[in-house]
Write a protein that binds this ligand. Structure first.
Ligand SMILES: [Mg+2]
Length: 121
């Protein structure tokens, strides 16, 4: 069975690691620490189905990256990862094209469930 490719974009290494631990057995993962790197990976790897995108990052924030990515890769499903349990941020992300969000600290089952649901609607 071929595992779907997922792109993880988060500036914190421990978050990238936790996501790898949870998703690594089920999916083919690529992880990056900035929106810039994410754009680069996406323009090369056309078979990425879904992306987990951090909202709070040092240079360009996740909401801006989300808009950039949606313009170029409209088919890509994007799930936001946020440290703020903020309904407004999540609503804004959804309005901008994200298909869901996960609040840190997250539970393993929650991530698996959200990813699975979005890959096989
Ligand atoms: Mg962050």
């Amino acid at each position: 069975m071929v595992h779907s490719k997922i792109l993880i974009c988060d500036d914190e290494e421990n978050i990238r690691e936790s996501l790898k631990i949870v998703l690594g057995d089920h999916y083919n993962l690529i992880s990056v620490d900035s929106g810039e790197m994410a754009m680069e990976v996406l323009s090369k790897a056309k078979d990425i189905k879904l992306m987990l995108l951090d909202i709070k990052m040092p240079k360009v924030n996740g909401l801006d990256i989300l808009q950039e990515i949606k313009k170029k890769f409209s088919h890509l499903k994007i799930i936001m990862v946020t440290g703020y349990n903020s309904v407004e941020t999540a609503a804004e992300a959804t309005r901008l094209g994200a298909c869901g969000y996960i609040v840190k600290p997250f539970k393993s089952e929650e991530i698996l469930e959200t990813v699975k649901k979005n890959l096989n609607p």
